[in-house]
Design a protein around this ligand. Structure first.
Ligand code: ASP
Ligand code: MG
Length: 414
């Protein structure tokens, strides 16, 4: 069987959903597991609804708009009843009618998970109305994680033991539609896997099912050597290794979620990245062979970074004890490091801008460390570049940090 993943843009309106149907028709006769994200900007809208609900504020207008958006699309694409969608909507309204979980992140997962539940319900209703035999699988019964709300860590053993459920469902349907991004913790509470986590779900399902391949359908031709919105000259990477794809995704290439590749690499399952606008084109294939990796230099800009310099207040050098303290604070505040550098007197890190997490970090470190800030910096990563590439890309900007290794150059730019 093949695993497909369709992201938010590929199901954002009725035309997009019909297009998904037409892509699936190209594979008639094959068993497909299709992972779908929330429609369009639904996850952002649900984040707002959750935040207001948690704070006890009014969110009716946002909720009404979101429900109308989904209902209208379902009515447009499905001639008869939207039976699966109506069931999911009832469940959503039921959850909202209860009081929110006491923990912010737990309450987030209860609400935000409905983006994927609603989109998969609509896609299932649509395919069935078209005579494409589809069933909806509930990712909450398959993907099991620890208790890390909003960032569930997959329990591979328990999740694998749920594979037979999926296989059984696939016996009576040709297409199994499943939510990306969501699962259930060991204690039975709904969880999400981190923003943009639906790609990862596709990899999880492919891994536990030993799928023949995974295809991520995107609005770009495949993995490119740079962001085509920023670089019109960006070129397609036709074939790259798992390792290269992990490096590119880890450094911020937003085409695939960084966690997606590893499980596929472990089982040697090829990953295709293809265009849902031109499904006949080959796209990118990510596989074992590294022979093509260095053919063109790749570059990735991560904007909106914060550069933090952490200095011990007692003028001591930055040694193991300080580093331990700093790393503990980083782990506790959930601040993820994108780049780090240390000198005798300070430890510098480049991190995503997340005010809540950074202020928690500051609070934890403040007694013993002075923290200096550089906001709105850019982290540039260049793979397989040379001196000239670096010069051209950093032109006109101040270089705050520069790190060079054999295949990778990383610069923090202001
Ligand atoms: N809907 C989720 C998000 O927007 C997951 C995903 O799209 O992959 O983050
Ligand atoms: Mg998305």
């Amino acid at each position: 069987m093949k695993v497909f993943k369709f992201g938010g843009a590929s199901v954002r309106d009725s035309a997009a959903i019909r297009n998904v149907g037409s892509i699936l028709r190209r594979y008639t006769g094959e068993k497909l597991v299709v992972v779908v994200s929330a429609m369009g900007k639904t996850t952002n809208a649900l984040e707002t609804i959750h935040d207001k609900r948690f704070k006890g504020e009014e969110y009716k207008s946002e909720l009404d708009a979101l429900i109308a958006y989904h209902r209208d699309i379902c009515k447009e694409v499905v001639p008869g009843e939207c039976g699966v969608f109506d069931r999911v909507l009832d469940e959503f309204l039921q959850v909202l009618s209860e009081s929110p979980d006491a923990d912010y992140d737990m309450a987030y997962d209860s609400v935000v998970s409905f983006g994927e539940l609603m989109s998969t319900a609509i896609v299932t209703d649509y395919l069935n109305s078209q005579g494409q035999r589809a069933s909806m699988a509930d990712a909450r019964e398959i993907v099991i994680t620890g208790e890390q709300y909003r960032e569930g860590k997959v329990d591979w053993e328990r999740t694998s033991s749920n594979a037979p459920q999926l296989i059984q469902l696939l016996e009576s349907a040709e297409i199994l539609i499943c939510q990306g991004f969501i699962g259930t913790t060991l204690s039975g509470h709904t969880v999400t896997l981190g923003r943009e986590g639906s790609d990862f779900t596709a990899a999880i399902l492919a891994y536990i099912l030993n799928a023949e391949s995974v295809t991520i359908w995107k609005d770009v031709p495949g993995m490119m050597n740079a962001d085509p919105r920023r670089y019109p000259d960006a070129v397609l990477l036709e074939k790259i290794s798992y390792r290269e794809a992990i490096e590119l995704a880890y450094f911020g290439a937003s085409v695939i979620h960084p966690k997606t590749v590893k499980p596929l690499q472990n089982k040697g399952i090829p990953l295709y990245v293809k265009s849902f606008i031109h499904p006949e084109e080959p796209g990118t294939v990510i596989q074992k062979d590294a022979a093509w990796d260095a053919v063109v230099p790749g570059f990735i800009f991560k904007d909106d970074q914060v550069l933090l310099s952490i200095t011990p207040r007692d003028f001591s050098f930055v040694v193991e004890e300080n580093l331990r303290e700093i790393f503990e604070a980083l782990a506790e505040s959930n601040v993820r490091i994108n780049l780090m550098e240390n000198s005798a007197l300070s430890f510098s890190i480049c991190v995503d801008k997340n005010e809540r997490r950074i202020s928690k970090l500051k609070e934890l470190l403040n007694p013993h460390y002075e923290i200096r800030y550089n906001e709105s910096v850019t982290l540039l990563t260049i793979r397989h570049g040379n001196e000239q590439t670096i010069k051209d890309l950093a032109k006109g900007r101040e270089i705050l940090i520069e790190q060079l290794s054999r295949n990778t150059a990383r610069l923090v730019l202001r």
